[in-house]
Design a protein around this ligand. Sequence first.
Ligand code: TRP
Ligand code: SF4
Length: 332
Amino acid sequence: MNAETKRPRVLSGMRPTGKLHLGNWVGALENWIALQEEHECFYFVADWHMLTTDYADTSELPSNIQEMVTDWLAAGLDPEKSTLFVQSRLPEHAELCLLFSMITPLGWLERVPTYKEQLENVRDKDLHTYGFLGYPVLQAADILMYKADFVPVGEDQVAHVELTREIARRFNNFYGPIFPEPADRLTHAPRLPGTDGRKMSKSYHNAIYLSDPPSVVSQNLATMITDPARKRRTDPGNPDVCPVFDLHKVFSTPAEIGRINRECRTAEIGCLECKAILAKNVNARLAPIQERRKAYEQEPQKVWTILEEGTQKARSVAQGTMMEVRKAMKLA
Ligand code: TRP
Ligand code: SF4
């Protein structure tokens, strides 16, 4: 809880993947935006975390940060309400990560489910690195630096927040009570399918982007896979197995969802019409975002200024925490 504002403090980070898609938006960003009304929010670009997997080619990093933060602002993150910053601009995070690394048992890191899973599944890069194993230690430093009350994250990140609490506990045992234990705030977002029916993801090339113009959205949705058993217009379909219907559940009105749910099963509505309704609704939701996006596209420097100002605010908190930490560890 922040003493001055009496608002609980929230912290979360996002790896700079570039332009955001609908899955990023309904999965995380909408939630971040909602939280900024009642909480003191710190949101940052986790560019060092990006390097734990994408270290070999960093050429796209600046433009990916720029595009992602442009989407943050366009979607409604408000720099007047939330502190927006870039992780790598704050060496304090690296210092705290180093100190935590001294007290973090290897076994804790090897046990993290995402670690083993990614080592086995990711084929196109070598993740047998010190940095990748230490990923959650850096994340703990991000979170504890701001003594966050809540960390809004998706399911895949819950184990990292759990580990953060364990590191906080261990630190406090050794050096005295410095860090409160943060709670995770699971984002209950539906898993959005992409145009091929798999989870929407930049790497699958199946995503609809927040910045896609209406014609591109309509075209991409028109190619989206449907109930595979519905081959002809006259075949009845089953919305329960159709990824288009999953998107309707997020973007369409209850009346439209009800109608499609009935008329698909009786072949009254065809997939083309069904997808056109979806495209209309997605485009209506994207219109205000794209309107706000224009201003930042015309003045890209604004985005960096906002990040610079946020970084300064974050730095004063981070410096305060590091003074306490160094003193507690007799490093002052
Ligand atoms: N690991 C998170 C992700 O991949 C990003 C992240 C880094 C983060 N540091 C964080 C999230 C601190 C919450 C809090 O999504
Ligand atoms: Fe899917 Fe809509 Fe076609 Fe039914 S009508 S199969 S819900 S796209």
